[in-house]
Write a protein that binds this ligand. Sequence first.
Ligand code: ADP
Ligand code: MG
Length: 425
Amino acid sequence: MDEVPASRFDAWVRPLTALCDGHGLTIKVPNRFFLDGLKASYGKRIGELAKSLVGDECVVLYEVDANPPPENETAQSELKESGTQSNVDGYIDPRFTFENFVVGSGNEFCHAASRAVADKPGEIYNPLYLYGGVGLGKTHLINAVANELLQKDHTRIAYRTGERFTNELIQAIRNGSTDAFRNQYRQVDVLIIDDIQFIAGKDRTQEEFFHTFNALYEVKKQIILTSDRSPRDLTNLMERLRSRFNWGLVADIQPPDLETRLAILSSKAELAGIQLDKDVAHLLASRITNNVRELEGALTRLTAHATLTGRMIDIAFARHVLRDLLHEEVRAISIEDIQKKVASYFNINVREMSSTKRSRTVAFPRQIAMYACKELTTRSLPEIGASFNKDHTTILYAVRKVDKMRQEDEDFDEEMGRIMRLLKQ
Ligand code: ADP
Ligand code: MG
């Protein structure tokens, strides 16, 4: 296949097995993720080729291989592949490209940094550390870097999630193959770890990652990391790693503004081949504000409902199909609001919400506010903690305590009910 670059051929075509029986073509793929990626990148072309080779009625069936090699063998074969056939070790999503990424407020800095790293890996920002809330495009950006690098030949990339890195290490320790584990990472030109926060608190994994980091950094190989928190806020992270994460560029990604959300919607609609009414787009973009994944999910759901029922996507239809999502967003309430209202309910100064005072008159209202933040907002425990000047374990403690009290004390439960209703108004 001349039309596919060698590295893409190894990654996407070589793993396939095909069976042609005269009526149709059955293509076996290694796994579900692979299937999604293959269809997105080459589905159309495969269909065309099948028709031209077998005939117009040719049906293409995809089948996920029911007998994939066991987990550690997969790791082993990927390991071998990384040195020989393919330049990629790990799964890189072909849909996440720079072309498909909408640049706007909130993400422009991370985008520019990622672009720069894709242009000159290992040369300017090393490591590149992207952090921010869920669903804001971190995984998309690092895949875009990888996809861009794959266009250039001979760039060897290892892509892992923090979780997988950890699990592989555990496997390697169990199998006595830590040397192989180490070597697979030291041969690459670019090491990408998504959600590195996963290794925090895991000493052996951090230790191993520390040595890998040093080995690669010394020879100017690019390291790219993402996290839900800044290095400073990663509790349980070794100091040595924290300082290294700050050596290159630390960039944070923020939720997009309305204009950017509209642009993202319009781009996703175009990719999905649907026409999205302006008012509907506005409704979604103004209600779903701090998670692009949810915005995208809403669009997917609308499209599916419209396709299955044959109805037009207008405002009434959108409101109906997305009633749970939109309803929730209407009620969206901020941590600051909760702190203010709870403080005024208990007649204390709002500043006490983030003070260190421990007297019961302020400590208990504070715990109630923490509980309400967890129940009524979509913020994570660390985020809530930051607003109270406390760490996430303090928030968790408060949430559990109030929960328990509500279960055990009817009067208190009733009063909490009143407070929660007040907060939702
Ligand atoms: P994160 O890793 O930060 O949790 P993801 O990268 O998984 O977020 O993004 C969630 C979804 O939102 C993905 O489908 C991604 O394509 C999409 N997305 C996020 N930001 C953008 C953007 N600026 N332009 C286009 N799509 C985006
Ligand atoms: Mg992610």
